[in-house]
Write a protein of this length. Structure first.
Length: 201
């Protein structure tokens, strides 16, 4: 019979497993990772991870939720700054870019890999909703202030899609330095804002 573990031991193992899983999923894809492989990297028996998670999908859901929470927290801190709507929106965008480039594996895990159905994983559903809410928050502020017109959730997804596309190309090394990534992003957002402005004809 396995020995009883303390809460601290359980938490420590879960954190180590999630750290290994984030790297493995991002580097090898979901299909390229097995629970046995994760156990080998952790130096434990093949059955040990099943004391903490039902299966690989539950591990994937947990590690994705953890990454989304880290991402959301960084954007929420940026949004909380005392400034105008445009400045707060820019702060969230910079936090998004900073997280993506400083945490490329977590970024890939969150937005580029297939995930299990969130309906079966409440914590993943909660984390995904939290991330979408903070990415939509700047749009809500700009629409409320009369700067942009339209549905804030739709605008949030449009701007997110555009930024994600640029970030993914940059992370994949598909954009060279002429023009610079920052210049591409700035002009892309300028075009989007011009089309979404409340005074746009």
């Amino acid at each position: 019979m396995p020995k009883a573990l303390t809460e601290a031991e359980v938490q420590d193992f879960r954190l180590r497993l999630l750290s290994v899983a984030e790297r493995a999923f991002a580097d090898h894809g979901v299909e390229g990772v097995s629970v046995r492989q994760l156990a080998q990297e952790l130096g434990c028996s093949a059955m040990t991870p099943y004391r903490y998670f039902r299966d690989k999908n539950e591990i994937l859901a947990a590690v994705t939720a953890a990454a989304l929470d880290r991402f959301s927290e960084s954007l929420e801190l940026a949004f909380a700054t005392e400034a105008g709507a445009w400045e707060r929106s820019a702060a969230v965008r910079q936090a998004y870019l900073r997280f993506a480039f400083e945490n490329p594996r977590a970024y890939k895990l969150m937005f580029d890999l297939p995930h299990p159905d969130v309906a079966g994983f409440p914590d993943l559903a909660r984390a995904a909703l939290r991330a979408e809410q903070i990415m939509t928050a700047p749009m809500e502020l700009l629409v409320k202030g009369g700067f942009l017109a339209g549905d804030s959730r739709l605008l949030g997804r449009i701007f997110w899609s555009a930024i994600h596309g640029a970030v993914s190309l940059q992370l994949a090394g598909k954009l060279d330095s002429d023009p610079a990534f920052e210049h591409v992003l700035e002009n892309m957002l300028r075009f989007l804002v011009a089309g979404a402005r409340a005074d746009h004809p």
